[in-house]
Design a protein around this ligand. Structure first.
Ligand SMILES: [Zn+2]
Length: 480
């Protein structure tokens, strides 16, 4: 983490220092650079690096630049414990993304893949230098160490709310108490569990074993308690963090044909299938009306369906078993009610748990969206701040937001435990102020209002773009 070999000058120094450091340990005889050390210090230009992006040249070796050094990840990419997201960074400098998602110890594994050093890296922005400095300090001072007592309290809170919900279902004398209040409490417990699953999924509570492995804490909270495949979630969520709000590519904000989240999505609208284009024509004009109901009602059921498909397709037995356990315990809870009240109860519980989806979307909608080239120019800190929004909270309602209210800090330091997000907030605000970057924060309801208003603005764009006679000529011509 202390390696900051980013400038041309430093990279050149590296060439000589790497050569000299690889000299024989014997001080009594003259020694020479080995073939291996020379190959690791081969000067590589930015242009050459770009030619090794999978997007530019799928048959070329896959290279990636980290801290001024270039690595050949052709053989490693397919076994990367973090999944396929690594391919997004081939031919790029992924220093900040790498540091954000890996423990410092992972750096020790890199030399085996090093093939050279970058000699003409584009300018590292002052904000990027300050951000890296802050991150190094946070690691040195132990900010990334989780307080297990804090997370135990979060689990106890969720379990307490769940117990209250089940209690209301069992002793409630009216349907309103059993279905509405009981369902709302169970839904709230699910929402709280999902927040812990999110933190665990980021390895923010327990660090991963060397080389990866199954995230059992994430599995328990995400799959068994919440009913979502942790493998699928980690894959999608890592993509979301890496390509936040990128048109057509952020896996958690790929909403077309239902929602249009940015006018930049229109540039690649033709890439959608004909059916999707027609659906977008009919659905997007109403997106400011459908955003909340779809997010809250359909979002949760959709997660179950895609989780099951993902777990079965990928043959992850532990994911399938975890989902079976979820449906067993949740089904058991539902069965406490008379048959006629079961479906309304599930709907109430899932709608309340669906608040989570609103919380996720308002953290990013109506901000900025950047293409891959644009986000590379912005560099990590600015890119993450500009695509993210914080939600104002107080000591009393912090629990309700589950850490998502510090979305900017979370995106800058995804592995930082939830209890430290609030502490790092003033430091991030200070950096934003110093470098003239907007620090976007607002109240929950105002954020919903801003997002709906932006959805209304975007809803009119699709009508101008999509003409059924252009995308479905056969049918339209016959009707003329
Ligand atoms: Zn996250």
């Amino acid at each position: 983490m202390t390696d900051t070999l980013n400038s041309k000058c430093t990279a050149n120094q590296l060439i000589s220092s790497t050569s000299s450091s690889s000299l024989s340990s014997s001080s009594s005889t003259p020694s020479f650079p080995t073939f291996s050390s020379l190959s690791k210090s081969r000067p590589i230009t930015w242009k050459e690096l770009k030619q090794h992006a999978i997007q530019n040249n799928p048959s070329a070796e896959l290279w990636i630049a980290l801290h001024g050094k270039v690595y050949n990840i052709s053989t490693f990419a397919s076994i990367h414990p973090g999944g396929s997201i690594i391919y997004q960074y081939t031919g790029r400098d992924a220093t900040d993304e790498f540091d954000a998602f890996h423990l410092p110890r992972v750096q020790k594994r890199l030399p085996a893949y090093q093939i050279g050093v970058l000699v003409d890296h584009p300018q590292i922005l002052p904000i990027t230098k300050d951000y890296r400095e802050l991150k190094d300090v946070l690691w040195k001072e132990g900010w990334f160490d989780a307080d297990w007592n804090y997370y135990l309290q979060k689990d106890i809170l969720a379990l307490t709310i769940l117990t209250i919900g089940i209690g209301l279902m069992v002793i409630g004398e009216s349907m309103i108490v059993r279905v509405l209040l009981g369902g709302a409490a169970v839904g709230l417990a699910l929402q709280q569990i999902a927040f812990v699953a999110h933190d665990a999924g980021h390895w923010g509570i327990t660090p991963p074993k060397a080389g990866g492995g199954i995230n059992w804490l994430g599995w328990f909270h995400g799959v068994v308690c919440f009913g979502v495949s942790i493998e699928m979630w980690v894959d999608e969520h890592s993509g979301h963090h890496a390509m936040t709000m990128r048109p057509h590519e952020d896996p958690q904000f790929k909403y077309l044909p239902i929602f249009l989240i940015s006018s930049k999505e229109l540039d690649r609208f033709h890439e959608l299938s004909k059916v999707e284009q027609v659906l977008a024509k009919w659905l997007v004009p109403f997106q400011h009306y459908t955003m909340i109901p779809i997010s809250m009602i359909i979002g949760r059921f959709n997660l179950h369906v895609i989780s099951l498909i993902y777990a079965l397709k990928s043959k992850k037995i532990y994911d399938v078993a975890g989902l079976a356990l979820y449906f067993a315990w949740f089904g058991g809870v539902v069965s406490l009610l008379p048959t006629s009240e079961r479906l309304p109860f599930v709907l109430v519980a899932y709608i309340v748990a669906g608040i989570l989806h609103i919380q996720l979307t308002i953290s990013h909608l109506a901000t900025n969206s950047f293409t891959a080239e644009e986000d590379e120019k912005e560099q990590f800190f600015a890119f993450q701040c500009k695509t993210t929004r914080n939600i104002d909270s107080t000591h009393w309602d912090d629990w309700f937001h589950g850490g998502l209210q510090f979305q900017i800090e979370h995106h800058l330091f995804p592995q930082l435990p939830r209890h430290n997000l609030i502490k790092v907030k003033p430091l991030v605000e200070k950096l934003c102020k110093k470098h003239g970057i907007e620090y976007r924060t607002t109240g929950f309801f105002n954020a919903v209002k801003e997002c709906l208003s932006d959805f209304r603005r975007l809803s009119s764009f699709i009508g101008d773009l999509v003409h059924p006679h252009e995308i479905m000529p056969e049918k339209c011509s016959s009707s003329v």
